[in-house]
Design a protein around this ligand. Structure first.
Ligand SMILES: [Fe+2]
Ligand SMILES: [Fe+2]
Length: 185
């Protein structure tokens, strides 16, 4: 089956032949248009970012106290779980691309876009999480644009993560409105 002049699809024979070559490269086939090492490096930062979010939300879920803090604690705990799922998605993707996810606690914060701030009270905690979510939203939007069509699977994964981060930011904003000014005692 020959490829017609101007066709954008590779003919089946070539596809089949190519797939049999370089099997050790797994999903990184000749149509992978990104720079796989750069992708892995970016995804290492995503793993670190999500891991820092897991740690911060977990700390907040355990230590938040005060009137009406129970619902907030539950929200923090739910977010911690979802950040952990994001971390796993990015780590799995690194593995698919032939890399090794970096879970080394050493240098974790410098690899992460988000920050680890404990916060002095409930409102502070909510604010810090809102800030972290806004950082994540900005960061992931840029990465989605960067990946474009060069690595659609990574882009789609990040799009899914982004929509959860937007929900997280919205949740934190709602909590901030509800709790602003209330001291944690
Ligand atoms: Fe996340
Ligand atoms: Fe988040």
């Amino acid at each position: 089956m020959a490829q017609a002049e101007g066709a954008f699809l590779t003919d089946v024979k070539t596809l089949r032949e190519r797939a049999r070559q370089s099997l050790k490269d797994g999903v990184v086939t000749p149509t992978y248009q990104g720079d796989v090492n750069k992708t892995i490096e970016i995804l290492q930062n995503v793993v670190a970012t999500e891991l820092v979010c897991v740690l911060r939300y977990t700390f907040h879920a355990v230590t938040a106290t005060g009137i009406s803090s129970e619902a907030v604690k539950d929200e923090f705990a739910t977010h911690a779980k979802e950040e952990q799922q994001h971390m796993m998605q990015a780590a799995e993707r690194i593995n698919q691309l032939g890399g090794k996810p970096n879970f080394n606690p050493e240098g974790l914060l410098s690899r992460s876009a988000s920050q680890y701030v404990e916060g002095k009270n409930l409102v502070d905690m909510i604010k810090e999480n809102l800030i972290a979510e806004r950082i994540a939203v900005d960061h992931y939007r840029e990465l989605i644009r960067y990946f474009g069509d060069g690595d659609p699977a990574t882009r789609v994964m990040l799009e899914g993560i982004l929509s959860t981060e937007e929900e997280h930011a919205n949740d934190m904003q709602d909590l901030l409105v509800a709790h602003e000014g209330k001291a944690m005692l």
